[in-house]
Design a protein around this ligand. Structure first.
Ligand code: GTP
Ligand code: MG
Length: 237
């Protein structure tokens, strides 16, 4: 079994909360209200994943599934500048796929897994921003919750397998309304499926520009909080 790598979020305090950063070989989910920085974190990880391991990186490429049309190449470029990475080269190491519905999202995951297999060891991170948005549209009816949960569980189980098979980190974002307990990911509410995200982080707005991350679920780290900011160079302390 390969060694776990921790990919920096861009914020030392958030990294510390996570035990060093976003882990390879498992799923990390950030959930929170709009504008808490989920997409900006995703963009920051696009760059940090490429850095040398001793700089908090994963020395690998990134796959980004964009379900809301919020991927911005220019953001990756300006974050690359902050880390002293060539902006164009940084962008070329991010493969972006736009998902149009939940089924398409699953097809893209399958296609990316094939790509990871073709280029063994090249990819360190797979981002899905956001994991649930298209499911909410496709399964909007009251009677469709259990169908939605079943399809979502299939997707999470496939993502878990990809994280283990290719020793890459899976980073999922999930927009929820204002409560840290509102686990929209698990419509049943009571019990999480066995292959649920290993690490779950709740994000909220703090004072002014400040944002607060709270570790909600972790296999090996204690509960705690960290603060971070969203800047032109990405997520920072
Ligand atoms: P939803 O997808 O709507 O749920 O929100 P989100 O959690 O993905 O929020 P996102 O990551 O898009 O963060 C939005 C915040 O980032 C806003 O407050 C923006 O002002 C801020 N932001 C985006 N780009 C920049 C930038 O270049 N500089 C700075 N300083 N802030 C930025
Ligand atoms: Mg977003």
């Amino acid at each position: 079994r390969e060694k776990v790598i921790f990919i920096s979020t861009g914020s030392a305090s958030l990294d510390a909360l996570l035990g060093g950063g976003v882990q390879t070989g498992s799923i990390t989910e950030v959930y929170g209200e709009f504008r808490t920085g989920k997409t900006q974190l995703s963009h920051t990880l696009c760059v940090t994943s490429q850095l040398p391991v001793d700089m908090g990186g994963g020395e690998g490429k990134v796959a980004f599934i964009d379900t809301e049309g919020t991927f911005r190449p220019d953001r990756v470029k300006s974050i690359a500048e902050r880390f002293g990475v060539d902006p164009q080269a940084a962008l070329e190491n991010v493969v972006v796929a736009r998902a149009h519905n939940s089924e398409h999202q699953m097809e893209l995951i399958t296609a990316l897994a094939a790509k990871f297999a073709e280029e063994q060891g090249a990819y360190r991170l797979l981002i899905v921003d956001s994991i649930l948005a298209l499911f909410r549209i496709d399964y909007a009816g009251r009677g469709e919750l259990s169908d939605r949960q079943q399809k979502l569980n299939q997707m999470l189980s496939r993502l878990t397998r990809i994280s283990e098979e290719f020793q890459c980190a899976i980073f999922l974002t999930n927009q929820v309304q204002s409560s840290p307990d509102a686990s929209a990911m698990f419509a049943g509410g009571d019990k999480k499926p066995a292959h649920a995200s290993a690490t779950r982080v709740y994000l909220r707005k703090g004072r002014g520009e400040e944002r607060v991350a709270k570790l909600a679920d972790s296999p090996d780290m204690p509960e705690g909080e960290a603060t971070y900011k969203i800047t032109v160079g990405g997520i920072m302390d």
